[in-house]
Ligand binder design. Structure first.
Ligand code: GLU
Length: 265
């Protein structure tokens, strides 16, 4: 009798303990995990006005609004985000190391990146352009072959300049403010970057212009990790992006942050 009660007790404890362990265990599937935690960690930039930047001590911009809308639709409350600052150069490792659940940071889809991370459908299309001082005589990317150009390390601009002006002297920096500083100090003749981000500098600084040519098509998308665990998250994010497109939400965000992009050319 004593033995039976002891056995029963052991069985009960095992069931209870495994129950406890299971309740605390995060699901494998990313979408369920985010819902289980009731929190999303999103990698965002703070050097890329008007997409991600700090104003009056607050993180704001196009990507910040996209992140908030996505969080609202995933968790019912846009305040359940933890923003983590990323740079163009750190984005992929921050994502693949698990530091963030997703990246919403002016990140373009490209084949090389798609080998190691996954992308949703695009939520915005930009193009690379050159920014120069107003009084510069430079009028094409080929002119840069004998000059200096600033780019952001880890950005798609790096490849473009090597392709279109292979003899240019390229100076790379980790963030946009440092690249702009090079232009201000005349240490480079131009900056090659996405027109959207260059536009952010034009907004705040007189004496510079963006040349009319666009050298690439940059499709900004949400980046997530590869693998089966992220399949449902990707499907859900694509539904949300599609909804934001159809409902006019993305257009309203665009109007709010980049209403005059064409007028800067
Ligand atoms: N969209 C480009 C990229 O993904 C440049 C912008 C950026 O630096 O994030 O590389």
């Amino acid at each position: 009798m004593k033995k039976v009660s002891l056995l029963l007790l052991i069985i009960l404890c095992t069931v209870f303990l495994s129950g406890c362990i299971n309740t605390n265990k995060e699901p494998k599937d990313m979408l369920s995990r985010i819902k289980f935690r009731n929190k999303i960690t999103i990698g965002i930039k703070k050097d890329s006005k008007p997409f991600g930047f700090i104003k009056d001590g607050e993180l704001q911009g196009f990507d910040v609004d996209v992140a908030r809308n996505i969080t609202k639709r995933l968790l019912g409350d846009e305040s359940l985000i933890e923003f983590v600052n990323v740079t163009a150069d750190s984005r992929i490792s921050d994502l693949n190391s698990g530091k963030v659940d997703m990246i919403i940071a002016t990140m373009s889809i490209n084949a090389k990146r798609a080998d190691i991370i996954d992308f949703t459908s695009p939520y915005f299309i930009a193009g690379q352009a050159l920014m120069i001082p107003d009084n510069s005589k430079l009028n094409s990317i080929e002119n840069l072959n004998t000059r200096k150009v600033g780019i952001i390390l880890g950005s798609t601009g790096e490849k473009t300049i090597r392709l279109l002006a292979p003899n240019a002297m390229v100076i790379g920096k980790r963030n946009y403010d440092d690249v702009f500083q090079l232009l201000k100090e005349k240490k480079v003749d131009a900056i090659l970057a996405d027109d959207t981000i260059l536009y952010g500098f034009i907004m705040d600084n007189k004496g510079y212009k963006i040349l009319p040519a666009r050298y690439t098509r940059e499709c900004y998308a949400v980046a997530i990790r590869q693998g089966e665990e992220n399949k449902e998250l990707k499907e859900e994010l694509n539904k949300i992006i599609n909804y934001m497109q159809q409902s006019g939400k993305l257009n309203r965000i665009k109007e709010k942050w980049i209403p005059n992009l064409q007028k800067t050319e």
